[in-house]
Design a protein around this ligand. Structure first.
Ligand code: ADP
Length: 352
């Protein structure tokens, strides 16, 4: 039944008509003229009131209800945008208010759903990017491990001939015929010594750490790491400086060397040509400072996170500081970073 208002109106009118007809029939068949006139007046008033009641019923209840139900039916099609306007007597008005309340809740929940959806999409996107970066870093990491192994192999092969050159040059030096020949032999010995220093450092870095602790000279560790990084520093026109006092700490030497190497390498890469990277060892503290670009403010909160890098694809893995941080933490120490007031950055390792 699509129009309950019309049906109701018709039935009320029909009912009143029947009652009126019965009363008129009754008054025409019995009673005096006076009685008939009174009955007719009564029936006319009753009919007029019934008509009035039907009109009032229609305007204040039936029509508002019909309007509300039609609007409720098209609510979804119009995207819940059309507000319900409560009209009529108490019941349709209350129904209108309830529907309006419902509409507003649906709208608010829709908005919340859209927000959550957008948030979800953003997170999925973020995680996908992080995953892609992690995969790239993994590939890069594997490549570095392979290069490291190769380096250690080459270092091993080079170390022995360098030792032989050093030994033979030493023997020749004892019988040098002229001062010039002696000087040449000293140059050969210095360079051979340097080759052994570099290959020795490479071998130490390539050797997997067994986590063995012992008395370690932090200054020697810093010197060895510096030798490893020297080639890159020279290629970039960056000077390396070391100031230290001999200091003994209880540590895993190979692991500490990796920390120092990672810090020096970062400092060299952050420097421009003509820049200086300074290593300072005092007590159980090692600091590496540079005159480079300084740490980008947005990078500071993420420095020690694995795979965080601001370097170009293929240049950085974002693992150097994370690994260094892990090693220092395993030693019960701290690794901190700060930008220097003049320019550049300083990384400080404090062993516990
Ligand atoms: P990677 O060197 O592969 O980027 P790291 O974990 O070693 O990974 O370094 C993470 C980031 O920290 C670098 O990308 C760089 O933004 C910043 N950083 C590290 N050392 C320095 C430094 N000495 N000066 C400026 N920024 C640095």
């Amino acid at each position: 039944m699509r129009r309950p208002g019309l049906a109701l109106k018709l039935s009320v009118l029909l009912m009143l008509g029947v009652v009126g007809a019965m009363v008129v029939d009754f008054s025409l068949t019995s009673g005096t003229d006076m009685d008939r006139a009174r009955v007719l007046v009564f029936v006319s008033i009753a009919l007029a009131m019934a008509l009035l009641a039907a009109v009032v019923l229609d305007t204040l209840i039936i029509r508002p209800l019909v309007r509300l139900s039609a609007q409720a039916r098209r609510m979804e099609d119009r995207g819940y945008a059309e507000p319900f306007v409560p009209t009529g007597l108490d019941e349709p008005r209350e129904l209108g208010e309830a529907l309006e309340h419902l509409r507003q809740r649906v709208l608010a929940e829709r908005e919340e759903l859209q927000r959550l959806n957008a948030e979800l999409e953003r997170r999925v996107e973020e995680r996908s990017l992080a995953l892609a970066a992690a995969q790239r870093a993994l590939v890069e990491g594997e490549r570095l491990v392979a290069v490291g192994r190769l380096g250690a192999g080459v270092a091993h092969e080079v170390n022995n001939p360098a030792g032989v050159i050093l030994g033979r040059a030493g023997l020749l030096l004892d019988d040098a015929a002229t001062p010039e020949a002696a000087e040449d032999l000293r140059v050969i010995m210095r360079q051979a010594e340097r080759i052994r220093e570099i290959t020795g450092a490479l071998l130490r870095l390539g050797r997997p750490s067994r986590g063995e602790r012992g008395a370690v000279d932090l200054a020697a560790v810093a010197r060895s790491a510096m030798e490893l990084a020297r080639h890159e520093a020279v290629a970039r026109g960056v000077t390396l400086e070391l100031s230290c006092q001999a200091s003994e700490v209880d540590a895993d030497a190979a692991a500490l060397e990796q920390v120092a190497y990672n810090l020096i390498r970062n400092a060299v890469q952050a420097s421009q040509e003509g820049g200086v990277v300074r290593l300072h060892v005092a007590g159980s503290t090692l600091s590496v400072s540079d005159t480079g670009s300084g740490i980008a403010p947005e990078a500071i909160p993420h420095l020690f996170e694995p795979f965080f890098t601001t370097k170009k694809l293929g240049e950085g893995t974002g693992l150097g500081l994370a690994v260094a941080h892990g090693i220092v933490r395993d030693h019960g120490g701290t690794l901190t970073a700060e930008n220097l007031p003049e320019r550049g950055a300083r990384f400080v390792v404090r062993l516990g």
